[in-house]
Design a protein around this ligand. Structure first.
Ligand code: NAD
Ligand code: MG
Length: 395
């Protein structure tokens, strides 16, 4: 068995920590080449002591200095780097076989795309990369021969429920629909009036999953499911009509594939991100992940239709996917800005879809031809959304 040599982009985050937890169970299979983080020097210091990566990258320069200061008095030989170019360098180094892409937001795009271009095995948690640059990213994967494994639990479930070796032809595989399940988040049963007054603390308290703050707010607004619809479009070459969303509050069925003959294949499990991480790390083998076994005795599985009136973010994501072009990138940029403002109490929870609608009303008229076009649209949408929220917030 060849060892995989890993770079973990976003090692200090929730997915990063879960990835290291799985890796630590299999020292014979995996070695760590580089870990990256943004600001959390102490957390990265502890990870360096435990995993002795060749490189540790902190994108924030002061955090890199703080990490360096902590490491000098230890036996750990990790070299500390800073800045965004370093993310690309450690994701594309010839020694690296596998890249876990677990930075949050479009900030993860340049390094993830660079890893795709040089043909790495990519474990993709950073769904925003596919939302912003789906076509370019999938082209890069195809052209370089990179291997791509989804980490999102829903897309991992679909990967596991499609025929082995699925090459992108859903019709050929007899697939009628892809069913993405959604927990519905903490406000599943709330009225719109109640949602006007939501606090960041309420929004990040997800009923089933422990996740980073941004994706927790996205789950509460159901934008997370919207981003996942766009992600599914690219990962599985699916038309919008084939992608369906089903609310399943218990998060036991992680998603399903419905076939022409009436068969429905689903993947179930205890909600724990170490399962999809271990699936992608070990593929085609199944490896120990430390996850509690699923106990179905006494549990009830419920299903509902998503309510796009109370959760307009989900509808906006479908709209953006149908418009295509710049729309998904603009949707994502506006959402990132609005979520950040909401978390910092700069706007209300229901301002998030208002800000995204506003941004989608101002799409560039041309079609994007290259990455720079999309990045420019991203920058404009961010500036426009900040302006819009600053002038019209309801907090
Ligand atoms: P998190 O906030 O816990 O961690 C984010 C990581 O990205 C941290 O290591 C942070 O240092 C790094 N980071 C943040 N901003 C950065 C920047 N500007 N430049 C470089 N690095 C930066 O987030 P998370 O919950 O681990 O989610 C990571 C990604 O995985 C997201 O795209 C999310 O949608 C996806 N995802 C997460 C889960 C989950 O259960 N947490 C499930 C499915 C998909
Ligand atoms: Mg998910």
């Amino acid at each position: 068995m060849n060892k995989q040599t890993l770079t973990i982009l976003g090692a200090t985050g929730t997915i990063g920590v879960n990835t290291l937890d799985v890796i630590a169970r299999h020292p014979d299979r995996f070695e760590v080449f580089a870990l990256t983080g943004a600001t959390q020097a102490e957390k990265m210091f502890q990870q360096c002591l435990e995993f002795s990566p060749r490189y540790a990258v902190m994108t924030q320069e002061s955090a890199a200095r703080a990490l360096q200061d902590k490491l000098v008095s230890t036996a750990c030989k990790t070299v500390v780097l800073d800045g965004e170019q370093a993310l690309i360098d450690v994701a594309t180094s010839p020694e690296v076989t596998t890249v876990m892409a677990a930075i949050v937001g479009a900030a993860g795009l340049p390094a993830t795309l660079a890893a795709a271009k040089v043909g790495k095995r990519i474990l993709l948690a950073n769904k925003e990369t596919l939302v912003v640059s789906g076509q370019l990213f999938m082209d890069a994967v195809r052209e370089s021969g990179a291997e791509l494994f989804p980490i999102d639990s829903e897309h991992s479930a679909i990967h596991q429920s499609l025929p082995a070796g699925f090459g992108g032809d859903l019709d050929g595989a007899g697939v009628k629909n892809i069913w993405l399940t959604a927990s519905g988040g903490p406000f599943r049963t709330w009225t719109m009036a109640q949602m006007e007054k939501v606090t960041p603390e309420q929004a990040v308290a997800h009923p089933n999953w422990v996740m980073g703050k941004k994706i927790s707010v996205d789950s509460a607004s159901m934008m997370n499911k919207g981003l996942e619809v766009i992600e599914a479009r690219w990962l599985f070459n699916a038309s919008t009509e084939k992608i369906r969303v089903l609310v399943h509050p218990q998060s036991i069925i992680h998603s399903m594939v419905e076939y022409r003959d009436g068969s429905v294949m689903a993947q179930l499990g205890t909600p724990d991100m170490r399962t999809p991480i271990a699936y992608a790390l070990g593929f085609p083998e199944r490896i120990e992940a430390g996850v509690s076994p699923l106990n179905l005795i006494g549990s009830q599985l419920e299903f509902e239709t998503p309510d796009m009136l109370r959760f307009p973010c989900l509808r906006l994501a479908f709209d953006a996917l149908n418009v295509d072009g710049y729309a998904p990138a603009v949707l994502n940029a506006a959402n990132e800005v609005a979520v950040d403002m909401f978390l910092n109490r700069g706007c209300g929870f229901t301002d998030i879809p208002r800000a995204i609608s506003h941004a989608l009303e101002h799409l560039p008229s041309s079609s994007p031809r290259e990455l720079e076009d999309l990045l420019e649209a991203d920058r404009h949408a961010r500036a426009r959304t900040r302006e819009f929220l600053a002038s019209s917030v309801s907090v």
